[in-house]
Design a protein around this ligand. Structure first.
Ligand code: FDA
Length: 306
């Protein structure tokens, strides 16, 4: 119930105003968000890379309903990619993009604007020698996002997809996207979805994750195992037994299980940290609270002790 309430609040403008106006929220947000500026994002990336981890950077923002804001997001990514190139970090850091931040949800021509904008970001990434992964948002956007992915992959074949194991359709999507060169990040899924399209029970989602991961690991693509779940991390090691360690990777979120992140990297495997930065942290932060009730207690305790 708490998860449902938090995920509903993640989409509520009123709740957003309330939480964003609480200045004391910021220090807690910093556990999950690298900072608000490009400089902080590059600093955090540099520290993680020096520690043996790789990075994917997310310029925070979603559900943009203004074309100028979508264009500003593209500029932010272009600036970020330039900065990664200049700091010699592009070999270890890519970017993650939410299509709803670059125009997908605009009422007129949203899909075309998102494709054009995502293409600009892919060009900027290719210019410094790195790539882009398209985040996956709620199920109403899945077909559109996979359609845009397929268009982008014509010119930028290394563009990555995200698939969510909680969706009933995902096993088939894994089959469709398991071909040579296909980079697929498999996660459990972070949105509130109806039973008609998504498994509701945690154990059902976990079983689906294993079925999907098996398909990806048996395929010729590049699976990206995005989970902090120790059981799934262990299962991934079993399923990857016949693979070289440079043909798949693990991914975890900034601020979540950093010891496990270091341990995976120390085994000689690739561990990539998803690092969000920027001012529009509200939706991202609320989804992180919803994933783990203990985070809510942590948040409330921090407010009470300040
Ligand atoms: P689960 O939620 O079962 O957590 C397992 C354990 O991990 C917990 O017991 C706890 O120890 C730790 N943990 C997990 N979440 C935590 C948190 N927030 N705070 C503290 N500890 C936590 N989703 C989506 O819908 N679209 C997307 O594009 C992406 N992209 C993405 C990229 C990357 C790199 C990751 C790691 C995740 C995503 N996600 C996502 C989020 C994903 O769908 C999922 O909600 C979270 O990863 C949590 O699921 P776990 O697999 O970690 O398992």
């Amino acid at each position: 119930m708490l998860r449902t309430a938090l995920l509903a609040a993640a989409r509520s403008p009123q709740a957003r105003q309330l939480v964003e106006r609480t200045p004391l929220a910021k220090p807690v947000v910093r556990r999950f968000v690298a900072g608000s500026s490009l400089r902080e994002a590059v600093e955090v990336t540099s520290t993680l890379v020096a520690d043996g981890r790789k990075v994917t950077l997310d310029h925070l923002g979603e559900d943009t309903t203004d074309a100028a804001q979508a264009a500003a997001t593209v500029h932010a990514y272009e600036g970020l990619l330039d900065a990664l190139g200049a700091a010699d970090l592009a070999g270890s850091a890519e970017v993650s993009v939410k299509l709803s931040a670059v125009g997908q949800s605009l009422p007129k021509d949203g899909e075309k604007i998102a494709l054009d904008n995502a293409r600009l970001i892919c060009e900027a990434a290719a210019a410094v020698g790195t790539t882009v992964t398209l985040d996956m948002e709620d199920h109403t956007t899945t077909d559109s996002t996979l359609g845009i992915l397929s268009d982008l992959r014509v010119d930028f074949p290394s563009t990555g997809a995200v698939l969510q194991a909680y969706l009933r359709r995902t096993e088939q999507d894994c089959r469709d996207l398991s071909g040579a060169g296909s980079r697929v990040r498999l996660c459990k899924g972070a949105y509130k979805e109806p039973e008609s399209v998504a498994y509701q029970d945690k154990s059902e989602v976990d079983r689906s994750y294993v079925r999907c991961l098996r398909i990806l690991m048996d395929g010729a693509g590049y699976p990206m195992v995005a989970s902090h779940d120790p059981r799934l991390v262990a299962i991934a090691a079993d399923l990857a037994a016949g693979r070289r360690t440079d043909t798949y990777e693990h991914q975890m979120l900034y601020g979540v299980r950093p010891d496990a992140q270091r341990a995976i990297a120390a085994e000689g495997k690739t561990l990539r940290v998803y690092v969000p930065y920027g001012d529009q942290w509200y939706g991202y932060f609320m989804r992180r609270l919803a994933e783990r009730p203990a985070n809510v207690a942590f948040f409330l305790r921090s407010l009470a002790t300040r």
